[in-house]
Design a protein around this ligand. Structure first.
Ligand SMILES: Cc1cc2nc3c(=O)[nH]c(=O)nc-3n(C[C@H](O)[C@H](O)[C@H](O)COP(=O)(O)OP(=O)(O)OC[C@H]3O[C@@H](n4cnc5c(N)ncnc54)[C@H](O)[C@@H]3O)c2cc1C
Length: 369
């Protein structure tokens, strides 16, 4: 059988685009691991934050918001970008960079910041409030897309690492490490940190997707963090933390270049996170109960890459989801499927310009560099 599409990678990206393609096409979804979601998707900090990823990503995030809320995947939290008096200019720049995007950002008085964030040190007096921020049920969303894909006839192959890709007479042959092979008219590269590797296997020029390691530590603090604590982010990108089930999830906002791999946290990054946290709050840390790391993958301009390769026929990029691949998943998958099948925009994607994410922008920048 020749499938219309073979989607490589069954994390959030692959699962969501397979589900969106399924009504009109025969789709094969191929995953290297035993269980989909083992890599970046299963390691996220699980928040929806409209500014995250920068102004260029806002249209994808905001277009996804209604779908996430309507399906019950969001729990309101609110976010606070915090800083010290010397950060006022940075905070003003941050705020003005989102003007016209529709993102709601409100300054918060120091007394209100202190009331909302117990134990914050007095010098952290500046804050911008982002009310739309919410927690995302990441596993629920991922399972929703996998179930939708299955229900609509998508064939899912797990423990099937793609090791060979060749194209003859308009048909791709995909071969797994274990020797299974399939055929498809088009390849959808949703392999996360491995996206450039998949391109190389296919004889397609990589676009320069770089995996960057991000660490999260789960802290038990005393007194216990309130459940309604907003997500707290450093305006200078040095940390974020949020409450979860009586604990605090803390990240040093690290971006350590890495090979594509099963990422593991380094003690040094956990220590840096704790040091920064202690400069911001006087919460007593009783234990680091858990820690993990995952790879966030970025194109050189940090915008996602969605679209057909400029040179590799039948090769579609769905990669570079950086730190926003969960919160943008519904609109990104809908847009990706529309571009793949030549359909026009619908109500969800009407305000999004697909050209902003087209691979040729990265490929032509590389050519002229
Ligand atoms: C610590 C951390 C915090 C984050 N927090 C947030 C957040 O709060 N909100 C948000 O929106 N995003 C967040 N992100 C980003 C988000 O997790 C990612 O953007 C998203 O999960 C990317 O999904 P993906 O499907 O592209 O990648 P992945 O989930 O990594 O999936 C790629 C899949 O491809 C498979 N694969 C690779 N090579 C092959 C091959 N040869 N054959 C077959 N399969 C292959 C892999 O096994 C993997 O399952 C965070 C990420 C990290 C690491």
């Amino acid at each position: 059988m020749i499938h219309d599409f073979a989607v490589i990678g069954a994390g959030m990206a692959g699962a969501s685009i397979a589900a969106e393609l399924a009504p009109d096409a025969s789709v094969l979804l191929i995953e290297a691991e035993d269980a989909p979601g083992y890599h970046a998707t299963g390691r996220s900090a699980a928040f929806y934050e409209e500014c995250y990823g920068g102004p260029g990503v806002v249209p994808l995030t905001r277009a996804s918001g209604a779908y996430l809320a309507d399906h019950g995947f969001l729990a309101p939290r609110g976010a606070l970008y915090v800083g010290r008096p010397e950060d006022r200019a940075a905070m003003a720049d941050f705020r003005s960079s989102y003007e016209g995007t529709g993102v709601q950002i409100e300054p918060l008085a120091p007394a209100e910041l202190a009331a909302r964030v117990p134990h914050i040190r007095a010098e952290w007096s500046e804050a911008l409030y982002q009310p739309a921020c919410a927690d995302i049920d990441v596993a629920g969303l991922h399972q929703h897309y996998l179930a939708q894909a299955k229900r609509q006839g998508v064939e899912i192959a797990t423990r099937a690492r793609v090791a060979g890709l060749s194209r003859r007479a308009g048909v791709w042959t995909i071969t797994s490490e274990r020797g299974t092979s399939w055929q498809a008219a088009r390849i959808v590269n949703a392999a996360g940190a491995w996206a450039d590797e998949i391109a190389r296997l296919a004889g397609v020029r990589p676009v320069g997707i770089t995996p960057l390691r991000r660490t999260v530590a789960v802290l038990r603090v005393a007194p216990q963090a309130p459940a309604d604590l907003p997500l707290i982010l450093d305006i200078n990108g040095g940390f974020y933390f949020k409450a979860d089930a009586g604990r605090l999830w803390l990240s040093p906002h690290d971006e350590i270049p890495s090979e594509p791999c099963d990422a593991a946290p380094e003690e040094l990054d956990v220590a840096i996170a704790i040091d920064r946290f202690q400069q911001v709050t006087d919460w007593r840390i009783e234990a680091v109960e858990r820690r993990w790391a995952g790879l966030r993958s970025f194109a050189p301009d940090r915008m996602p890459v969605y679209g057909f390769d400029a040179e590799g026929e039948g090769f579609f990029w769905f990669a570079g989801q950086g730190g926003f691949g969960i919160q943008t998943a519904p609109a990104a998958a809908r847009l990706g499927a529309q571009v793949l099948t030549g359909q026009g925009p619908d109500a969800m994607t009407a305000g999004i310009d697909p050209a902003a994410f087209a691979p040729w922008r990265v490929q032509s920048a590389r050519q002229s560099a």
